[in-house]
Design a protein. Sequence first.
Length: 135
Amino acid sequence: LTYPGEAQDEKSLELGAELALAAPFAPTIRGFYDAHLEDRGLEVTAGPRREAGNWELWSLARAGFVVPGDDSGRRSYAGVEAGSARPLGDHAEIGAYVRAEVADRDSFAADSSGGAVTRWRRSGISAGVWLAAAH
């Protein structure tokens, strides 16, 4: 995670924990602590999951907060996510997601120049794909 005022290339060690409950909508609580930057946060997610052939489909609601270690002030956020994943054999998976979030403080990159963020805003949309393999 990178927040206004933090260098993107700083090395850090981030520790995390997750508690997933076997209940309707699979509520999950995640926490993290960055041992170098002293950032910490907590997030709660919940939402339905279903199977469609070989694909797992999900939608989530999320809410959380982050306290940056640089004393720049706590940031609370909420958002939604939709995604899908499917196995590629016994030891690999492919997936994709799209996420939209809004925060109570500027936390999302709005413009960049030369690899550095030059303007921040309070909302953002992200999307990603992944390929995971286990051996």
